[in-house]
Design a binder for this molecule. Structure first.
Ligand code: NAD
Length: 454
């Protein structure tokens, strides 16, 4: 009997679909197809490769509603969020369709001839993605990888393979040759490991947990594979006393409960200046209590369930362990992996809820005395992915933004990710940057060519 992945709908716990689980043989076959497709894909004229990426964006856009519904049901996210994520997938391919004609090098003055550099594709690239933003995070990697002339093998997370499998069909419908994009839906410990070990894979672009990222980097070292890692986070939302507290309190739930907190950019530490902490919490409470948790397909739902029973058990383990509940929203009872939006206060600075990534709708409130302490607390973590600063003092906002050790920061906003700006982490949140104009650098090698003229 071939092994299958049983794909659940987290809002109902019902089986959504069963798909064959790719093992090492299937990964080897996918890599062989990608290798066979590489010469023709990299030889395509830049304008022709750009046109194919635009056609792919069009195909995704034409099927946006179907993909959004599939993602909403499989990942348990509100349909409106899934629609906007699929919109970002379209935008990502349109943005990177501009890149094949902009992969530029340098000319360098040297003696006796002419030296210049060109950007070469790496070859076959392995893309390994998590379950929280399944197709969106895949697109962040697919866009620059394909634009630069690589062929790819994409491994979606075992819990959420459905949009990636549908996307593989859309690639062919867009007129892109078979073998350029290959999807292997299988377990990380089997299909993921094989992709990382495969000698014909030149690079692994990974998004997922810091623990698995560490393992991938170690394994990839055996074949000196290029690796980029987008890993976990423990970001701070820093509220100064002079901020527009009403606005900050209305935004704070979205900073951590969006996608049920299953977001590497979740601001799961809420740092509040002590002089306004009580007032801020009283402004925050009604927003948390009215944060509507329910059926992802109900347009009124602001948050869906967690991805799995295991994830719910893990999230629950942080609550009460040196971190009592100050107030909570509500969540449906019955089938579905529900968890209510939860605010923890007061917290022990050594509590797991303060130190570890929770990846659920739970935030720890930590008061601070002054700017210096706010920065020290914000940086007191192994992670450095995202964060927010709320203040009306522009100079302070910029001072703190420079001092916080994190890859992305927003001032008076929750924003973390857009197609045109670089995204990635400091410290154990990973290395490399996705999105923005330079993402193609991570999917190319620089080659120097010297032409003797004497
Ligand atoms: P995970 O690390 O468990 O799995 C991610 C992917 O890696 C999955 O496809 C999985 O099958 C695969 N995998 C697992 N073990 C593997 C192995 N030994 N070798 C190769 N592949 C393997 O992560 P998850 O639970 O799916 O996702 C949640 C994590 O992802 C969180 O830590 C979150 O912060 C992180 N994340 C980071 C970003 C970012 O951009 N920094 C974005 C989203 C999620």
């Amino acid at each position: 009997m071939p092994e299958v992945l049983t794909v659940l709908e987290p809002a109902t716990e019902a089986v959504l679909e069963k798909v064959p689980s790719a093992g090492t043989d299937e990964v080897d076959e996918a890599v062989a197809r990608a290798r066979a497709a590489l010469p023709a894909w990299r030889a395509l004229a830049p304008g022709a490769r750009a046109a194919q990426l635009r056609a792919l964006a069009d195909r995704v856009e034409e099927n946006l509603e179907e993909l959004a519904l599939l993602e909403a049901r499989n990942a348990g996210k509100p349909l409106a969020s899934a629609r906007s994520e699929m919109g970002m997938v379209v935008d990502t391919f349109r943005y990177y369709a501009g890149m094949p004609e902009r992969l530029m090098g340098d000319t360098i003055p040297v003696a006796g001839g002419q030296a210049f550099t060109v950007r070469e594709p790496l070859g076959v690239v392995g893309l390994i993605v998590p379950w929280n933003f399944p197709l969106t995070i895949a697109a962040w990697k697919l866009g620059p990888a394909l634009a630069a002339g690589n062929t790819v093998v994409l491994k979606p997370a075992e819990l959420t393979p459905l949009t990636a499998l549908r996307f593989e069909q859309l690639v062919l419908e867009a007129g892109i040759a078979p073998g350029v994009v290959n999807v292997v839906a299988g377990h990380g410990s089997v299909a993921g490991v094989r992709l990382v070990e495969h000698p014909d894979v030149a690079k692994i672009a990974f998004t997922g947990s810091t623990a698995v990222g560490r393992e991938i980097a170690a394994r990839a070292a055996q074949t000196i594979k290029r690796v980029t890692l987008e890993l976990g986070g423990k970001s701070a939302n820093i509220i100064f006393a002079d901020a527009d507290l009403e606005k900050a309190a209305a935004a704070a739930p979205w900073a951590v409960f969006d996608n049920a907190g299953q977001d590497c950019c979740a601001r799961s530490r809420l740092l509040v200046e002590a002089s306004v902490a009580d007032r801020f919490l009283s402004l925050l409470q009604p927003h948390v209590e009215s944060f509507r948790v329910g059926d992802p397909l109900d347009p009124g739902s602001m948050m869906g369930p967690l991805i799995s029973a295991k994830q719910r058990e893990r999230v629950a383990s942080f609550v009460g362990d040196g971190a009592p509940v100050a107030f909570q929203g509500s969540a449906p009872i019955g089938p579905g992996f529900w968890f209510p939006p939860t605010v923890l206060c007061p917290v022990d600075p050594q509590a797991r809820a303060v130190r570890e990534e929770i990846f659920g709708p739970v935030v720890a409130v930590i008061p601070f005395r002054d700017e210096e302490e706010a920065v020290r607390l914000a940086n007191d973590t192994i992670y450095g992915l995202s964060g927010s600063i709320w203040t009306r003092d522009g100079a302070r906002a910029l001072r703190v933004a420079r001092a916080v050790e994190t890859g992305v920061l927003s001032i008076n906003s929750n924003s973390s990710v857009r197609v045109s700006t670089p995204f990635g982490g400091f410290k154990q949140s990973g290395y490399g940057r996705e999105l923005g104009p330079h993402a193609t650098d991570a999917y190319t090698e620089t080659k120097t060519i010297y032409y003797a003229t004497t």
